[in-house]
Design a protein around this ligand. Structure first.
Ligand code: GLU
Length: 448
């Protein structure tokens, strides 16, 4: 059997981290088994859906690198799309649903009531063989007991979620439905519909929910709930993919950092955990830092330059080797690309401003002659590399009878405007002799 799975989001205006993880699990499952991954936008609730809401989903999937394999062949006609295929839009498949409703009516599985069409739900308990949760026996609730039948076409002619979800899963020959645990309660209805259509249902795998650290349900307002946050705050998508994977899935050996290829190779449903996952923003930040440290240089430059540009820092005005050398001094020091503008901005401006408190503390009359001596010592150097700069500064500190820090802090402030940043001697080397002397002169001027 060829695996065919789908991600079927309703466009609500944002891509919840749980939704992104559902998409990822489906995608990994398809890639692991050499199957197909389909994107289906469940937009029958026209009032809530906008093109913008769809775009958020497509952008999110694109950012995570989750490509889909099938879709309408005329993408222009289907709204915003990426790649060769548009996603399927349920809003464009009405006729198919209505044909299927006619089948149900003809076979006596559905009937009309008050202008709506209702499905005759089985009165028997339904057994769900879930690949993650195990066997679930679903009885009718007391309320359903009174009238277990449910609406499949509303009186305004709008087909309802349960119907379109099942009709599409049949039409798209879905073999495995991997979705959030919140849908378990719908599954008996879906199985009953499959039976009525005379079609063997797909296998179901309901994956555990993602909760906050304190075990509460994640709401839209919780930090990290929306994928857009990660796009905006300078996370690397590969780190987010890796982290999302570990929310509800665990390879046997407790490995944490895994490449996309490795994830594809190892991902399968038996290792999906049954208990709810807790979302840990700090851990994701840490993981992002690990990814940055290990990132291939070109990928790192690409994401770094992008983050700087996003903050209005144009690195194109500087020679490429300078930009690369500057970024190299930050690689192991940042966890998020969003830290870069503050961390490395000093490399790319000739109009440095000083942190006011630090300026007050470091640019003192006492420090002035020390910094002037250091400027002279640096001016004498023919080789302006980190090792020489360090030796020069330390030698002068010894001569002056002060600790190295007494020279380090005002020098850093003079050359970067800040008290924290890349390793001092390395950043001085990258700035180069001319810039360093200029910056020291400017600080000395200010010190009066
Ligand atoms: N549109 C449903 C949702 O967004 C999808 C349900 C399913 O995957 O079957 O929750």
């Amino acid at each position: 059997m060829k695996v065919r799975v789908r991600f079927a989001p309703s466009p609500t205006g944002y891509l919840h981290i749980g939704g992104a993880r559902t998409a990822l699990f489906n995608w990994l499952f398809a890639r692991h088994h050499g199957g197909k991954f389909i994107l289906r936008i469940e937009d029958t609730d026209a009032a809530r859906n906008t093109e913008e809401a769809v775009r958020v989903i497509l952008d999110g999937l694109h950012w995570l690198g989750l490509d889909w394999d099938e879709g309408p062949l005329t993408p222009e006609a289907t709204g915003p799309c990426r790649g060769d295929y548009g996603p399927y839009f349920q809003s464009q498949r009405r006729e198919l649903y209505m044909d299927r409703v006619q089948d149900l009516l003809r076979a006596g599985h559905a009937y009309e009531k008050d202008g709506a069409i209702k499905f005759k739900m089985s009165r028997e308990p339904v057994i769900i063989e879930d690949l993650v949760v195990g066997e679930i026996k679903r009885q009718l609730t007391d309320r359903e007991e009174l009238d277990p039948d449910f609406v499949i076409v509303r009186s305004d002619g709008q087909p309802v979620f349960h119907l379109v979800n099942v009709v599409d899963d049949i039409d798209m020959q879905i073999t495995h439905v991997i979705r959030g645990e919140d849908h378990i309660s719908n599954t008996s209805k879906h199985l009953a519909l499959f039976r009525a259509f005379g079609v063997t249902p797909p296998k179901y795998a309901h994956i555990p929910l993602i909760l906050n650290q304190d075990g509460s349900k994640m709401s839209k307002r919780d930090k990290g709930a929306s994928l857009t946050t990660y796009q905006a705050e300078g996370f690397a998508p590969e780190a987010v993919v890796n982290y999302l994977c570990l929310l509800g899935w665990s390879p046997k050996d407790n490995r944490e950092i895994m490449s996309r290829e490795e994830l594809i190779e190892r991902f399968d449903l038996p290792q999906v955990l049954r208990h709810n996952a807790r979302f840990d923003y700090q851990k994701l930040v840490w993981m992002n830092g690990e990814y940055i440290t290990r990132m291939a240089p070109d990928r790192y430059y690409e994401l770094a330059v992008h983050a700087l540009a996003h903050a209005g820092i144009d690195t194109n005005r500087y020679p490429l080797p300078y930009v690369k050398a500057a970024l190299d001094t930050c690689k192991e020091k940042i966890d998020l690309f969003a830290e870069l503008p503050a961390f490395a901005g000093f490399y790319f401006t000739e109009a440095l401003s000083y942190e006011p408190e630090a300026a007050q503390k470091e640019f003192t009359p006492e420090n002035r002659p020390r910094l002037a001596r250091l400027r002279e010592a640096f001016a004498q150097l023919d080789t302006f590399d980190a090792a020489t700069l360090e030796a020069t500064l330390k030698k002068l500190a010894a001569e002056l009878g002060v600790k190295a820090g007494v020279l380090v802090h005002p020098t850093r402030l003079a050359c970067t405007g800040r008290t924290a940043g890349p390793s001092l001697y390395h950043l001085l080397e990258v700035l180069g002799k001319e810039r360093v002397l200029q910056r020291l002169d400017r600080a000395l001027e200010r010190m009066g």
